[in-house]
Ligand binder design. Sequence first.
Ligand SMILES: Cc1ncc(COP(=O)(O)O)c(C=O)c1O
Length: 465
Amino acid sequence: MHPLLASDLHDLPALLATARDLSLDYLASLPERPVAVRAAPGPLPALPEVGAGGEAALQAFWHQYADQLGAGSGPRFLGFITGGSTPAALAADWLVSAIDQNLSSDGYSVAPDIERAALHLLRQLLGLPEAFAGVFVTGATQSNLVGLAVGRQWAAARAGHNVAQQGLYGLPPLPLLSGAAHSSIYKAAAILGLGRAQVRAVGQLPGREAVDPQALETALRALNSQPAVVVASAGTVNSGDFDDLRALAALKEKYPFWLHVDAAFGGLAAAVPALAPRLAGWEGADSITVDAHKWLNVPYDAAMLFTRHPALQADVFKNSAAYLGALGERPDFLHLAPENSRRFRALPVYLSLLAYGRAGFADIVARNCAQAAALGALLAASPAFRLLAPVRLNVVCFTLAGPAAPTAADVARLLAYVRDSGETFLTPTQFAGVPGLRAAFSNWRTETADVPRVAKALLDAAARR
Ligand SMILES: Cc1ncc(COP(=O)(O)O)c(C=O)c1O
């Protein structure tokens, strides 16, 4: 063994203690650390011939860069849809690295069974029937990709064609119909050879991002029994809007389509009885995306894909090789996901669900929604801002008020002031063609008192521009 590795092995307890201390310092700083920072990483390092050892490398990294790590997992990071890490999830994630299991296949560890147990717990939290098989992937983008890949397999199979085996050659285009597809759907269409141009916008309900079921039916009828994929939204990224999933699922009686529900964060609404009805009908879907590193508040990166068609999924993702073993009745996870070697990313979800139960997650979701509603009310009451959409869930979508229409440059300038204040971080958007901002609440640490702080930072920035 190289002497530096040998001495690090000897000093492992001290090295891990350093990592623990730095982690605790960082976590303690989260509420007051600048929420976002403009990074200045400096020159790229030269590879040393002789390394510094674990402790020195760790300390040097921390010394040089700790101030440039914003509080992305803190209570006032409201950009994108960003969860934090609950204590149980964080502890579990540490263990994941320590035990470093490869969850490709069964037969040498209990870890794949824990992934199955995590999926079982999730189905209970989400209210999904056991008929939905699940698999962990790295994020909702990857999950959408898997769902659409299985949908593509299904559509071609109707014409007696096995896409996974024969490719897309000679097949007609596969339309992807959606009211407000997340950008990752376009990415998935590009990767899968379906083409971004096949993602077709269907009419939305007035003033909403939810699809108009009648417009969808008209679009499906016009396809003349040609198979399609319908991408439904359960929580749009701008306004947290939900399609009427029951109405969409009912259309499957009349038209041949694969129903994929992107519930990346909105799926967690199932944990709150008052919100759960928004997901009514999703049990009629063919595939469902739910993210874990958003509202489930586990560390990056983790999401789940649920489908009622695991055999078709294995047709797409099987990875046959003598050394990997046969598919068998219950295919190993490596035959169900893009990855072959897989991190034990199910463990943080498993332990969080056991640690906090349904009530714990219902509390996070309900509190975040109340916080979004409170911020929305403060902004709507101010002369500086106006809401672009009602606050339906956990996202506040708003823009600058005033006689002149706000431009994307106005929004960018405002967001730069807000970021540089260190108080909060938001991301830009467009709603119905109007440039605006979005504040997304999905962190378990966010408290009621954070809301007026965010509002003040926004009002101060608006006054400066
Ligand atoms: C509705 C929806 N789908 C998909 C994604 C992509 O998620 P990820 O960044 O985990 O790939 C997001 C991210 O915000 C989302 O809100």
